[in-house]
Design a protein around this ligand. Structure first.
Ligand code: ZN
Length: 127
C-alpha cells in the first residue's frame, strides 16, 4: 500500500481546520514535522473550528500559512511561532540553520550539506 503523501495525510487528519480546497505547495520533508505540530496545537484550541487554513506553502525560503475565518490571538501565535521556527530549520533535513541558499534556482532555507546534496556537481550551465 502506498504511503500517503504529506498533503494527503494532513488533509485526512485535520479536516476540521483545513479548507476543502486547501493548497499545500512546495513543502519539503524538513518542515513537515513543524507543520504537523502546528496543526496538532491548533486542534487543541477551544476555538479551532473557526479557522480554515487555505494555503500552506514555501515562498522565498519562508513558510506561509494563509487562512480564512475568525482566528483568535492564541491561534495566530501558534502560526507565528511555527513560521519563526521554519526560519531557522533546514527545509530538507530539519537541522537548525538560518542559511538561505539557491537550490535549483529556488531560494530555500537550506544547510550547507543539503545544498551540496541537492545541487548536481555537473550541472551544465550552458554558454
Ligand atoms: Zn539540511
Amino acid at each position: 500500500m502506498a504511503a500517503l503523501s504529506f498533503a494527503e495525510s494532513i488533509r485526512s487528519k485535520y479536516p476540521s481546520i483545513l479548507s476543502h480546497g486547501i493548497e499545500i505547495s512546495d513543502i519539503q520533508i524538513g518542515w513537515e514535522k513543524l507543520i504537523k505540530e502546528m496543526l496538532n496545537e491548533i486542534m487543541l484550541q477551544p476555538d479551532h473550528a473557526s479557522i480554515k487554513i487555505t494555503h500552506i506553502k514555501q515562498k522565498f525560503a519562508s513558510l506561509r500559512v494563509h487562512y480564512d475565518g475568525y482566528v483568535s490571538e492564541s491561534i495566530k501565535q501558534i502560526i507565528e511561532k511555527t513560521v519563526t521556527r521554519a526560519d531557522s530549520t533546514c527545509e530538507f533535513c530539519e537541522c537548525q540553520t538560518t542559511r538561505i541558499a539557491s537550490v535549483n534556482f529556488w531560494q530555500r532555507m537550506c544547510c550547507v550539506r543539503c545544498e551540496k546534496e541537492k545541487t548536481p556537481l555537473d550541472t551544465p550551465y550552458g554558454d
